[in-house]
Design a protein around this ligand. Structure first.
Ligand code: C5P
Length: 249
């Protein structure tokens, strides 16, 4: 794969002008553009995606669907009409919901979008699941990380059984998912920071080089590119890192 095709730029913007400026500038240099909830709700759903396709960019529709199976199947058909190349649903929506999404993708005319699953949002910690009544309260912190990690891997495996093409995960989770789900299962990771970039609100990050070496297929990068004084130069540096890591794979 061309190293640039492994880079997904997160377009977390709230105006059409900004969306168009960035897509026009970056479309020749990156694989995909992630269009998430902020852009979708501010700009409008078809329009936000069109801002990407107008400039020959490939949209990743980050809508994170979770609803009853019939509703998710309908929303999936909508994603197909929008022309998104990737989209995602929550694995915690359950087996039936994931299968219905798979079936809705399967009946689409090619090119069919890649169907990805969100396992556990990386913003959630063990104790959040205790609050929700899913996990027992543990007195000692040992074991909390492990329980959460096991849950992520079992959700990825369930997603794979239901026909998902891959999952979104933190780079730290990638090696376990790769081991459990094999080489063909796609792993997409945010939480990526080149050494030259600020952390912003990300905490447990990996560089593009480390993430590709850890077995990730696609990396999602937002502010290090969109907030850079020269977004094209930032993109070039990241793609170069991906290229180097691919050479060392
Ligand atoms: O700007 P930055 O590179 O931090 O953007 C990362 C993107 O990935 C954002 O769109 C963010 O919402 C998304 N994301 C994340 N961590 C997750 C899930 C999604 O950073 N666990």
């Amino acid at each position: 794969m061309d190293p640039k095709d492994r880079l997904i730029v997160a377009l977390d913007v709230s105006s059409q002008e900004e969306m168009e400026r960035l897509t026009k500038l970056l479309a020749p240099h990156v694989g995909y553009f992630k269009v998430g909830l902020e852009a979708l709700t501010s700009i409008g759903i078809p329009r936000a995606v069109e801002c990407v396709t107008w400039y020959a960019g490939s949209p990743f529709y980050d809508g994170k669907f979770m609803d009853i199976p019939n509703t998710v199947a309908g929303a999936t058909r909508g994603v197909g009409k929008l022309g998104a190349k990737m989209f995602n649903i929550h694995c915690t929506g359950g087996r039936k919901m994931m299968i219905e999404a798979r079936v809705a993708v399967d009946v689409m005319d090619p090119p069919k979008p890649l169907l990805l699953g969100v396992t556990i949002l990386t913003s959630l910690k063990y104790d959040d699941f205790v609050d929700m009544g899913f996990f027992p309260r543990l007195v000692f912190p040992e074991g909390k990380e492990k329980r959460l990690q096991e849950l992520v891997v079992s959700l990825a495996k369930l997603g794979q059984q239901c026909g998902l093409d891959g999952v979104i995960a933190s780079p730290q989770e990638a090696p376990d998912i790769r081991q459990a789900c094999g080489q063909d299962f796609k792993i997409v990771t945010p939480g990526i920071r080149p050494e030259w970039a600020q952390l912003n609100d990300q905490e447990r990050v990996m560089t593009p080089f480390e993430a590709i070496k850890a077995g990730v297929d696609y990396i999602v990068v937002g502010r290090p590119i969109t907030g850079h004084k020269d977004p094209v130069e930032a993109t070039r540096m990241i793609v170069e890192e991906i290229r180097l890591a691919m050479g060392a794979e």
